[in-house]
Design a protein. Structure first.
Length: 350
């Protein structure tokens, strides 16, 4: 049987089920509601693609994009590795630091790829349960990490799906009191604005992940960045496949970076819209609103299931969770028009 031949981690693997996207309004994946490249930068995007020699391999170290991103974020090119989204960034980190049987940890609920990639890489993953308010206990992270010689600790801030923001002093406490690699995933930080990127200068065990999938409206491009101390970066780079990023993605990503003013304008629109949606969600019966810090709002309420069904009925897809997060919905912030439709349905239910 083929099943007996595949690696153990895959035999009983629950394959990720992509959500059927046959909805009028898709608010389930924390994507940007606007196709900024096509709507606002199409000419520049086409020009950039025209200049790509598709018959040639990309530069093996994505040098142009890394340099541009380094300038954008205030680092040197050697601090930056470009990856196929943050997902690849997580895999590169895992391949670089986790031997078979090594442990990675994270407070949960959080982004599922930390665990999936660690386990696929034959590592072990330890979930650190959060309290009912989905607040993280950093003392527990430190204790569990030390007891299990954790090689990697994932800190997702703002956290997906809880919106939890790790206090800077807590992150420093984790760095100071463990020997682990501390990965700070800032996929949603553009919507909050208090980055801990400078901590890569505090310790060479700190790695920061960034992506163009959220605030930059580039989920389809598959571009992300790993930022770290230069020596750390050189090891990470060694476990990245050459030519990982397509020249087309690289060229288009540079258009977005060159036009950050447009990207920023839309981030501000999303932040304003988020407040509008939040005011309505707050009125849902017995609602517990988790920290609102990213381009989504997560809340718990006895009305969650009823609301979920009513939204589906109206062609609006949002994210609900299994037993691990009962009565909880995560709703991405859409366009003004989409949010209007969303608010209308929420008002019917509350
Ligand atoms: C916290 C977090 N990190 C990383 C990612 C992966 O993003 P990418 O599209 O860059 O692979 C996601 C995607 O939803 C996410 O929520």
């Amino acid at each position: 049987m083929i099943k007996d031949m595949v690696v153990k981690a895959l035999r009983d693997y629950e394959f990720y089920q992509a959500v059927d996207q046959n909805y009028d309004v898709i608010l389930n994946a924390n994507e940007h509601h606007m196709d900024i490249l096509n709507e606002k930068l199409q000419d520049k995007m086409i020009e950039a693609i025209k200049n790509v020699s598709i018959n040639r391999y990309p530069h093996p170290n994505n040098i142009s994009l890394r340099k541009k991103y380094a300038d954008f974020i205030g680092l040197d090119t050697e601090n930056v590795i470009a990856t196929v989204g943050s997902d690849e960034g997580i895999r590169v980190i895992s391949d670089t630091f986790l031997e078979a049987g090594d442990v990675a940890v994270s407070a949960v609920p959080t982004f599922s790829m930390y665990k999936e990639i660690a386990v696929l890489g034959k590592g072990k993953f330890i979930n650190i349960e959060s309290d009912d308010a989905l607040s993280v206990d950093v003392e527990k992270i430190i204790k569990v990490s030390n007891e299990n010689n954790a090689k990697v600790i994932y800190i997702c801030s703002p956290n997906n799906p809880s919106g939890y923001i790790y206090k800077r002093e807590d992150i420093i406490k984790v760095i100071d009191n463990t020997k682990s690699i501390v990965v700070i995933d800032e996929a949603y930080m553009d919507f909050y604005g208090e980055s801990n990127l400078d901590l890569i200068n505090y310790s060479n065990r700190v790695i920061v992940l960034k992506t163009m999938s959220k605030a930059f409206a580039g989920a389809g491009l598959r571009v992300g960045f790993i930022l770290s101390d230069k020596e750390t970066s050189s090891y990470l780079d060694a476990s990245r496949l050459p030519y990982n990023l397509s020249s087309v993605s690289e060229a288009i990503a540079m258009v977005l970076l060159d036009n950050y003013d447009i990207v920023k304008e839309e981030i501000d629109v999303i932040i304003n819209e988020r407040e509008r949606v939040k005011k309505v969600i707050e009125k849902i019966d017995d609602v517990t609103l988790f920290p609102v810090s990213a381009n989504f709002i997560t809340f718990r309420s006895k009305k969650a299931e009823e609301l979920y069904l009513k939204l589906e009925e109206n062609g609006i897809s949002v994210r609900k969770f299994g037993d691990e997060l009962k009565d909880t919905l995560r709703i991405s912030i859409g366009s003004k028009e989409e949010n209007k439709k969303l608010i209308e349905v929420i008002k019917e239910v509350i």
